[in-house]
Write a protein that binds this ligand. Structure first.
Ligand SMILES: Nc1nc2c(ncn2[C@@H]2O[C@H](COP(=O)(O)OP(=O)(O)O)[C@@H](O)[C@H]2O)c(=O)[nH]1
Ligand SMILES: [Mg+2]
Length: 454
C-alpha cells in the first residue's frame, strides 16, 4: 500500500535539489564546499597542555602551516569505488601511515570527529544512540602521510546490546578495530553529567586488553560547558592523575591569589619532566614553564588489568596525550589532526590517495538517509524501516539520480514518516540530498517513496 497526501504523486516525493554556489578547485557543476571542510586553525604544538591552554586563554604559537585541503569526493559509482579500493594504492617516496581506532560511549561524537578529521561527512551522525552500526574506514591523505580512521559503533555491554536489539557485530566491531590500530582515541562527552567523570567499564576493558597500543584521551563537546574549569577535574579523574607516566598537579591560582588577573588562573603541572629532546613540550610550555614545579617520577608501563582491578578504576593512567575540543564546530580538531600526522610511522599506504572512505556509495547513501529518519522519528520507527534502492544512475546533465523505497511494517509508521502534508519526508529528502551532494560533489536528485511492507 502506498501513501497518499494532497497534491503529490501517490506515495512519492521527488526532492529535486538544485545546487547553488561553486566550490573552488573542485570539479563538477554547482558543487558545494561542505561547511565542515573549513575547520578553524588554532593552536599548535599538539601537547595536551596547548589544547587546554587555548581553552583557558593561555597564548600559544600560531601554526606554521595549515591543513587546508580539498578532500576528494566519493566516487558515485560502485564500480569506480571498487576499482579504487581494490587497485594498488599510489605511494609517495617515503610513505607513512597511522591506523586510528576511535572508541567511546554511544553518542560521544566519534562519527562527528571522524567526519571533521576527514573534512567531509561520510559517517552518519545523530543524537540517537547506535546510529553507527558497522565499522567503516575513513582515509585522510596529507602529503606523504595517510591516516586511516576506524569509526566504530559505541562500546556497549551485552546487556545494553540486548535492550537495543543490536546485532552481534556491534559488540565485536570495536574490539576488532583495536586489533588493527596503531593508536586509540578515547572520546568522552564532557557535557554528559552522568558519564563524564569516569571511563565506562567497556572502555577500560578495551584499553587494558590492548595495553601496547598508545592511547589518547579526547574530551569532546567542550562548547557545551559553561564552566570550563570542570575540565581540570575531569582530566584528573579520567587519567587517575597521570599522563604520559607523569603525575599531574592541578591547582587553582584563585585560591592563592584571587586578585591576580594577569596570571593564568589555573596551573597544571607534571611533576616529572618531559623526555629530553621533546621539542613540542619546549615550544608549548613557555607560558607555563615558569609556574611549573618539575620533579621526577618513574614512568609506569601499562599492564593487563583483571576484572577486579578494573572494577575500582575510574580513569586510565596510561594516556600519552589529552585533547579538548568541540568536534561539531571543528574547534581544536586541526590541533589533534596535526598531532596524529606526527604520530604516523613509515609504512605503505593502504588506500589510494583518491579514497576518502571504504564504504560503497550506496552504503553512504543508506546511512545518511537512515540518519535523518533516526533524527526525526521516534525510536520504534527507524529501526523497522527497510531501505530498498530502486534507482542509482547518472542523469542527462551528470547529476546523480537516486530513488529509494522505505518499507515500514505499519500504516501508523508510514503516516509518521510522511508527516502532515509530507513535511517529514520532504525534510528528510532535502537534508539527505544536501549531505549527498557534499559527499559526491555533484548535483543529486533524491526520491523517497514510503510503503507499508505487504
Ligand atoms: N554541541 C556539540 N555536539 C556534538 C559535538 N560532537 C558531536 N556532537 C553531537 O553529538 C551527537 C552524537 O554524535 P555522533 O558523532 O553520532 O556520536 P557517536 O555515536 O559517538 O558516533 C550528534 O547530535 C552530534 O551533533 C560537539 O563537539 N559539540
Ligand atoms: Mg557513530
Amino acid at each position: 500500500m502506498a501513501a497518499q497526501w494532497p497534491g503529490w504523486v501517490t506515495g512519492v516525493y521527488w526532492g529535486a535539489l538544485e545546487c547553488t554556489g561553486t566550490a573552488q578547485g573542485v570539479q563538477g557543476k554547482g558543487a558545494r564546499v561542505p561547511v565542515s571542510c573549513a575547520p578553524r586553525v588554532t593552536a599548535i604544538p599538539a601537547r595536551w597542555s596547548s589544547a587546554l591552554g587555548s581553552i583557558l586563554g593561555i597564548p600559544s604559537e600560531k601554526p606554521s602551516d595549515t591543513l587546508g585541503q580539498h578532500p576528494p569526493p566519493v566516487a558515485t559509482s560502485k564500480e569506480e569505488q571498487d576499482r579504487l579500493l581494490r587497485g594498488r594504492p599510489d605511494q609517495p617516496h617515503n610513505p607513512k601511515v597511522l591506523r586510528i581506532a576511535i572508541i567511546g560511549a554511544p553518542n560521544a561524537g566519534k562519527s562527528t570527529l571522524s567526519n571533521q578529521l576527514l573534512g567531509r561527512k561520510v559517517f552518519p551522525v545523530s543524537q540517537k544512540v547506535h546510529t553507527t552500526r558497522c565499522k567503516a574506514r575513513g582515509v585522510v591523505t596529507h602529503e606523504d602521510t595517510q591516516l586511516i580512521i576506524l569509526d566504530t559503533p559505541g562500546l556497549t555491554s551485552p546487556f545494553k546490546a540486548k535492550r537495543h536489539k543490536l546485532e552481534e557485530a556491534m559488540l565485536t566491531d570495536p574490539w576488532d578495530s583495536m586489533k588493527h590500530a596503531d593508536l586509540v582515541l578515547v572520546l568522552v562527552d564532557v557535557s554528559d553529567h552522568w558519564t563524564r567523570n569516569s571511563l565506562s567499564k567497556e572502555v577500560l576493558k578495551c584499553l587494558s586488553q590492548f595495553p601496547q597500543i598508545p592511547s589518547v584521551l579526547v574530551l569532546n563537546k567542550v562548547d557545551l560547558l559553561k564552566n570550563k574549569f570542570i575540565l581540570l577535574e575531569l582530566v584528573t579523574e579520567l587519567t587517575e592523575g597521570i599522563v604520559n607516566g607523569k603525575k599531574l598537579e592541578v591547582s587553582s591560582a584563585f585560591k592563592d591569589n584571587s586578585s591576580s588577573s594577569a596570571k593564568s588562573p589555573v596551573q597544571i603541572t607534571q611533576t616529572s619532566p618531559p623526555e629530553k629532546g621533546d621539542n613540542t613540550w619546549d615550544n608549548s610550555s613557555d607560558a607555563r614553564a615558569s609556574e611549573s614545579r618539575l620533579g621526577t617520577e618513574e614512568a609506569q608501563q601499562p599492564k593487563h588489568y583483571g576484572p577486579r582491578d578494573l572494577k575500582n578504576m575510574k580513569g586510565w593512567p596510561f594516556f600519552q596525550e589529552i585533547f579538548m575540543l568541540a568536534a561539531l564546530h571543528g574547534e581544536e580538531v586541526d590541533t589533534l589532526k596535526r598531532y596524529l600526522l606526527l604520530q604516523a610511522k613509515p609504512g605503505a599506504w593502504e588506500f589510494h590517495s583518491s579514497v576518502l572512505t571504504s564504504q560503497s556509495p550506496q552504503e553512504i547513501c543508506n546511512n545518511i538517509i537512515r540518519e535523518k529518519i533516526l533524527e526525526y522519528l521516534p525510536l520504534e520507527v527507524p529501526y523497522s524501516v527497510i531501505q530498498v534502492t530502486e534507482m542509482w544512475e547518472e542523469g542527462p546533465s551528470g547529476e546523480l539520480l537516486i530513488a529509494q523505497k522505505l518499507l515500514v511494517p505499519r500504516k501508523s509508521h508510514m503516516t509518521m514518516l510522511i508527516g502532515r502534508g509530507g513535511k517529514v519526508i520532504s525534510r528528510i529528502v532535502q537534508e539527505a540530498g544536501q549531505d549527498l551532494m557534499n559527499v559526491f560533489l555533484c548535483d543529486v536528485r533524491l526520491r523517497l517513496q514510503v510503503e507499508v511492507k505487504s
